[in-house]
Design a protein around this ligand. Structure first.
Ligand code: PPS
Length: 193
């Protein structure tokens, strides 16, 4: 197994992976692209405090609501476009999409679907998780053999930068057609508003 967030959005990756093995099963975690962009910006800002504002980066023209599709934080959320590139090399049956939202609210449910997709026995179930209220994420319970619970690290679940309502609405309008197309392509409505 190998994982890297940028695989899904890097143009050359599907070709390279298919050249390695056409049997590869692919798992992609997706979340509401607007929240994703804000999370992405929040993470970059934590490392680069003098970054321009989110709005300055996200819009070519904020008044007219013209979004800058070349900014990575925006581009990555255009899931339908990235998927089109993957479908040139892999059938949809070899690609599984995990909902980032449900991975938090129902980790066992999402993991059941992953296990089914991989064709392995459903070993990871509800009893393996507990919800850590402080963190706002589920944690893996202590493995039967040894060790302590496994929760997400300190850098996960950062408080997102506050973005004004208008900008959020403009981004929602921008992403809507791409989201609808993505739902149609994968046959699942992720219900991102
Ligand atoms: N297991 C699991 N379930 C649900 N959500 C998760 C999980 N792991 C990471 N995340 C959230 O994904 C956001 C980016 O995570 P990372 O910091 O790991 O990304 S990166 O790989 O470093 O780019 C970041 O989102 P925000 O916390 O909203 O900013 C992480 O919290």
């Amino acid at each position: 197994m190998e994982k890297t967030p940028s695989y899904f959005v890097t143009k050359e990756t599907p070709h390279r992976i298919s050249a390695m093995s056409q049997e590869t099963k692919l798992i992609v975690v997706v979340r509401d692209p607007v929240t994703r962009a804000i999370s992405d910006y929040t993470q970059t800002l934590s490392k680069t405090p003098d970054l321009p504002s989110f709005q300055d980066l996200a819009f070519r023209n904020h008044t007219l609501g013209i979004v800058d599709m070349s900014w990575n934080a925006i581009r990555i959320g255009l899931y339908a476009l990235h998927l089109e590139n993957w479908l040139r090399y892999f059938p949809l049956t070899q690609i599984h999409f995990v909902s980032g939202e449900r991975l938090i609210t129902d980790p066992a449910g999402e993991l059941s679907r992953v296990q089914d997709f991989l064709g392995v026995k459903r070993i990871v179930t509800d009893k393996h998780f507990y919800f850590n209220r402080t963190k706002g994420f589920p944690c893996l319970k202590k493995p039967e053999s040894s060790g302590s619970p496994r929760c997400l690290g300190k850098s996960k679940g950062r408080t997102h930068v506050q973005i004004d309502r208008d900008a959020i609405e403009q981004l929602r309008d921008f992403y809507r057609p791409y989201n609808v197309k993505f739902y149609e392509m994968v046959g699942h409505d992720f219900k991102w508003e």
